[in-house]
Each structure stands twice: as C-alpha cells, then as structure tokens.
Design a protein around this ligand. Structure first.
Ligand code: FAD
Length: 388
C-alpha cells in the first residue's frame, strides 16, 4: 500500500488552480450561475492547457487514459464551479472515454483530436420523461433501413444540450422484448433537422442547463452509430463497460470538490465572525463541526483515490466505484449542509457568499450517475447478497 501522490497529479492540481485563479474569479462563476450559461471559450481554454486530453489516447493528441488525473481535475474544477466541472466532464471524460473505447476508427480520427483540444462538445441523452433509473426501457426509437437511420422520441434532463455539438443518445433499435439487446448509442448533431431543444430550470449545477430534446424523424446514417455496424444493438455492453466505472467516480469527484469549497468558506468565515466575545471558531461546537467535516472529506478523498486506482490499473473495481459514488456524494451533502447551517448561519443562506450555491450544487450528484439507492442495489448485488 502506498499513499504518495504522483508528480503528474500534483502538476494537474497546480495547473487547474492557476487556471481557476486566472480565468474563473468568483464574479465570473456567479455570472455563470445566474445566467445558467458558460461560454464555450472556457472549454477551449481548458483544452489549451492540456486538460481535455486526459482520457484521449496519445495517438489522437491526448495524454492517455488517466483516470486518477481525471478525478482530480473534476474535483479541482468543481471547487470553483460545478457547472464548469460538469461541462468539462461530459466532453473530456465521458466523450473521451466512450469514443476511445467504442468509436469506429473514423469516429476516433474525427472526434478525439477535437475532444483533446476542447473544440467539440457533448451532452448525454439517456433519461426520458418516463425513463430514469431503468435505462433498458428507453422509448426513443431508431428505425433502420439499410444505411439510413431515423430517430424519433424525446430525451429529458439533457445537460448542456442547447450549447453543445452532439447528443450522445441511447435509443431503442430493436423490438422492446429483447431488453438489453435492443439498445444502441447514436451521435446526434444538435443542429440536425428535426432536433428541437428547450432549456429547463434546475436548482443547481448552473452553466450546463438541463434541457428537453425532441427528435422528430431525425435522419442519421450508419456512421452516426457509436461503433458503426458493431455498435448497432450493442449499447448495453457500452453502458455496462469500463467507462461506467468513471461515470460513477465523476459525480463523486464533483461532489467532493463542492464540499471542499464549502468547507474552505466556512473555515475562513469561522475566523472572521465574532459572537459571544470571541471568534466563532473558538466555540467548541463550531470547532467540532469543522473537525468532523475535515475528517469526512479526507475519507472521501481516500475512497475516490482507492477506487480510481483500481479502475486505472485494470483491477476489478465495480464495487469500489459504487461505494465511492454512494459514500462521497452523500457525505459531501452532509458536510456542505453542516458548514452552511452550523457555521455560517444566515450568511450561508443568503446571496453574497458562495455557500448558498454550494448547497444547491451538492444536491445533484446523489441523483445523476446512478442514484444512491441504485448504488446500494449495485453493492449488494456485486457482493453476491441473495435476493431470496
Ligand atoms: C443535475 C442533474 C443533471 C442531469 N443530467 C443528465 C444528463 O445530462 N443526461 C441524462 O440523460 N440525464 C441527466 N440527469 C437525469 C438523471 O440521470 C436521472 O435523474 C437519474 O437517472 C434518476 O432518474 P429519475 O430522476 O427519473 O428517477 P427515477 O428513476 O424515477 O427514480 C425515482 C426515485 O426512485 C428510486 N429508484 C428507482 N428505481 C429504483 C430501484 N430499482 N431500486 C431502488 N430505488 C429506485 C431512485 O433512487 C429515486 O430516488 C440529470 C439529473 C440531475 C439532477
């Protein structure tokens, strides 16, 4: 067992901290939060400093599949803005991994260099009005005639769809009865004829606005199936494949970054606020909240690092990633609320400090990427607990 941090991870943390200090001052982040919009140039700039290629192979302009670095990047970005972290995640992490693992050679050649440069952006169309946890039941249909594919249906909560280039959409491509064998992933350009997008309003994670996306007989070709002919009716193996492990770790890393930021704000505030003849950090109850929070955050970092190491080194990791997703997202919520309620009081509730945004932002990661209840199901199943 070893706990030293590799030099490349230290360098990535430093790069992101410099990037945030220069490009994302609090007033910029507040503007993104208020307008629920992050200009695309920030993805470009993340690409310019080499951060978008962490999950792209070197031959396509990236730095390889570095899961340990990716979770650190997400944590650090989320300390400043969970919206920016989510935007980056969908493009650099999810698209980088998914296209690398499942794309055709043509898709890789076309998209991976652009992903590494931060010049192409993706949303994920899995959920639908009637479909949440049970993705095997998606209702959006893809009908195929030879090389032509027509997509009809609707996706919901498609984060960032109104500002991104492609929707990486899960569609039903064969009869409904064959549940896991009837799914495909298709890449749908958001500007394609028949695509209409309506932004929805959510509580937090602003900057990658939630959206409804309607597909009205959208015409695609076989080249738009992720994986081409091999990807047709084969999405389940992609969904349940190696990328899933990172898709569980990413929300955990984002939640950790938000909670770390909440902790940092409460820590500083406790040394400035004066009540009862002393700074509140001198009151034992406040000291205990901050000590407890620091301890929980340390446990979260270890859970994510341990699970990410297993993914990175190709060890069995599904149980660890589910445990990390469950533990970290739930603990991040507890830590953030404790910092708001028990340290900052009304100043953590009102606009002015960042705390109220952290509270809104930290509520999402327990839901997306497989809810806490779904992770509990996964853990019991993976550990072989009998159902009867
Ligand atoms: C901020 C945010 C961003 C999102 N971005 C995207 C996106 O970009 N793309 C996208 O496709 N989706 C996105 N989603 C949607 C997200 O993936 C879904 O909310 C999630 O899959 C859960 O689906 P649901 O909300 O419909 O809940 P449901 O599946 O209806 O579940 C409702 C409740 O029942 C529980 N439940 C359901 N089934 C089971 C079961 N088998 N066992 C135990 N409990 C169960 C759930 O845990 C949950 O608490 C986003 C959601 C949020 C909050």
């Amino acid at each position: 067992m070893r706990f030293e941090v590799d030099e490349d991870i230290v360098a990535i943390r430093d790069t992101i901290r410099r990037f945030i200090a220069k490009e994302c001052p609090p007033q910029t982040v507040s503007k993104w939060d208020k307008e629920d919009f992050i200009p695309r140039e920030y993805l470009h700039r993340l690409g310019d400093v080499g951060l978008c290629g962490l999950c792209v192979p070197e031959e396509y302009g990236g730095s390889g599949r570095n899961v340990m670095a990716m979770v650190v990047a997400l944590e650090e970005l989320a300390r400043a803005s969970s919206g920016l972290a989510s935007y980056y995640c969908m493009c650099a992490a999810y698209a980088g991994l998914n296209i690398s693992e499942s794309g055709t050679n043509e898709q890789k050649a076309k998209l991976l260099p652009e992903i590494a440069a931060g010049r192409v952006s993706f949303s994920y169309g899995l959920s639908e009005p009637n479909i949440g946890a049970d993705l095997t039941s998606v209702e959006t249909r893809a009908e195929r005639e030879g090389e032509r594919i027509t997509v009809t249906g609707m996706k919901r909560w498609t984060s960032g769809a109104s500002q991104n280039d492609y929707i990486y959409a899960l569609v039903r491509s064969a009869p409904a009865e064959q549940r896991r064998k009837n799914l495909s992933f298709v890449l749908i350009p958001t500007k394609a004829k028949g695509v209409s997008i309506t932004n929805l309003s959510g509580l937090g994670n602003n900057g990658t606005p939630l959206a409804d996306v309607v597909f009205d007989r959208v015409e695609l070709s076989i080249n738009d199936i992720v994986g081409g002919e091999n990807g047709w009716n084969n999405a389940w193996s992609v969904l349940a494949g190696p990328s899933l492990e990172v898709e569980k770790l990413a929300p955990a890393a984002i939640a950790l970054g938000i909670a770390e930021a909440a902790f940092a704000e409460a820590w500083t505030y406790s040394q400035e606020r004066y009540q009862g003849g002393k700074h509140i950090c001198a009151h034992q109850a406040v000291r205990h909240v901050l000590s407890e929070a620091a301890t929980q955050l340390q446990a979260c970092r270890l859970m994510i690092g341990h699970a990410a190491w297993h993914v990175q080194s190709g060890q069995p990791s599904a149980t660890f990633t589910s445990m990390a997703k469950l533990f970290v997202t739930e603990k991040a919520k507890e830590v953030t609320l404790a910092c708001q309620q028990q340290v900052m009081g009304a100043y953590g509730y009102a606009h002015g400090f960042q705390m109220e945004r952290y509270v809104r932002d930290v509520l999402g990661p327990t839901i997306y990427g497989g809810s806490s209840s779904i992770q509990r199901n996964n853990i019991a199943n993976l550990m072989g607990l009998p159902k009867e």
